[in-house]
Design a protein around this ligand. Structure first.
Ligand code: SF4
Length: 440
């Protein structure tokens, strides 16, 4: 019996020739990522368990990315970044994407923004490797054929001290998308379709492997959108088989060597589900769960108060390009917040053009609020002064990934998760809108 892509990576990382789902194995870590929210806790456990003067197992394999609560006057949030900085200096951490001047993020060339997109853009997401991160959306990096999963602070502290972690090998569920993707659908529609089908617990502790000719044609950013939301179905990790698209992206960002793994033809899958994308329609996840799926066109009666385009799921350059495609030449009817995931995405808004205009020009002409500094911003609510935070019980269409009560701030607020197309179309009408109204 063959192995899946995930099983092959874990076999290699555990020094074995074969592993099977359900086995508990020790794996070696290639990259450990933590950020300003979980980093201080992780560091605290590391020092408590390994000693005040302990050294991390490998300062070149730890990536520290402040990104969550950055542009706030909240003293505890600011202190968290200071703790990361002190630890990076003490340990000689090679990859620390610091921010010292919060009043002008552009004056901080090291500062990147949202960890999952920064990891990819800085070349830390390499096929065949093992990436652990203290953030549930670490699964984003499965788009590169990497084993990437979120862990808690205690596990992360153990890795800091040893470089290893004991994990159970997940069984793999395969999701195959075939056909030419209609030009009104995006990867966000595909993953919301799956989560609606299998529920938020439908892939608990399993790998979600995405395959099929539709997936093979997706850009890296769209593959990231698919894998990013694996955790919303309870998945341990997501994977897409690496190919030329992957190699072009990775090798332009790092010269580190890597191995590529692929599921064998006789690999055993826990389940297999196939979609004909020509039969799918734009969807949203209604409040208050990512699996509360409905067709966007069924929700026309939902009047909205705002639109939010941002986060590791929906704040990449291509997400903004797709939003611009709908917004160009039109006027928004509700406040529309734009939060680039990273500094690089922010810069792209001012140079990337759609039909002769930069994305930023298109957004401002359409009446959107000026693009904010890159960070997680209101995706996770954050301190009261966080940009875009839902401080009132309003209704929002958002390109983010979670819509549980209080996720974006106010506990009474309602969040409809949607693709950048659907979010932009909804901004133009003031109600949840199928993007085909503007694309066809
Ligand atoms: S953008 Fe949102 S989902 Fe992504 S890492 Fe930040 S808080 Fe988490």
């Amino acid at each position: 019996m063959g192995m899946t892509l995930t099983e092959k990576i874990l076999a290699k990382a555990s020094g074995r020739t074969k592993v099977e789902p359900g086995e508990n194995i020790w794996v070696e870590t290639d990259v450990l990522m933590t950020h300003d929210v979980c980093g201080p806790g992780t560091i605290g456990v590391f020092k408590r368990e390994f000693g005040e003067n302990a050294k991390v197992w490998n300062p070149d394999k730890i990536v520290l990315i402040p990104d969550h609560y950055i542009f706030t006057n909240d003293e505890r949030a600011n202190r968290n970044v200071d703790i990361l900085r002190d630890f990076a200096q003490e340990q000689g951490i090679k990859y620390f994407y610091d921010i010292t001047d919060r009043s002008d993020f552009k004056a901080n060339p090291d500062y990147k923004g949202v960890c999952h997109i920064a990891l990819a853009q800085e070349g830390h997401t390499r096929p065949g490797e093992v990436l652990f991160g203290t953030d549930s959306h670490t699964c984003n990096a499965g788009a590169f054929g990497q084993f990437a999963t979120g862990i808690g602070n205690t596990d992360a502290a153990f890795i800091m001290g040893t470089g290893k972690l004991l994990i159970k090998v997940p069984a793999t569920m395969r999701f195959v998308f075939n056909g030419e993707l209609p030009d009104y659908l995006l990867a966000k529609d595909l993953i919301l379709q799956i989560i609606g089908d299998i529920s938020v617990a439908g892939a608990n502790y399993r790998t979600m492997e995405f395959a099929g000719d539709t997936v093979e044609r997706l850009t890296m950013e769209e593959r990231m959108t698919l894998c990013n939301m694996v955790i919303e179905a309870g998945g341990k990790n997501g994977t897409v088989a690496p190919d030329k698209t992957t190699f072009d992206y990775v090798t332009s960002r790092t010269d580190k060597p890597f191995d590529s793994f692929y599921s064998d033809g006789d690999a055993k899958f826990y389940s297999d589900r196939t979609y004909d994308v020509s039969k799918l329609e734009p969807v949203v996840a209604k409040p208050h769960s990512p699996d509360n799926r409905d067709l966007a066109r069924n929700c026309r009666d939902v009047k909205i108060d705002r639109v939010y385009i941002g986060s590791c799921t929906g704040g990449k350059t291509s997400d903004f390009l797709n939003a611009a495609r709908i917004l160009k030449g039109n006027q928004v009817k509700v406040p529309t917040y734009l939060v680039p995931a990273t500094q690089k995405v922010y810069e792209d808004l001012f140079v990337t053009k759609y039909e002769g205009q930069t994305l930023s020009e298109i957004f401002l002409a359409a009446g959107c609020i000026e693009p904010a500094a890159p960070s997680c911003a209101a995706c996770l609510g954050g301190p009261k002064d966080t940009f875009g935070r839902m401080n009132e019980p309003e209704i929002c269409v958002s390109t983010t990934n979670r819509n549980f009560p209080g996720r974006m701030g106010n506990k009474e607020a309602q969040v409809y998760l949607a693709s950048p197309y659907t979010a932009a179309a909804s901004a133009l009408t003031g109600h949840v809108t199928d993007p085909r109204e503007f694309l066809c």
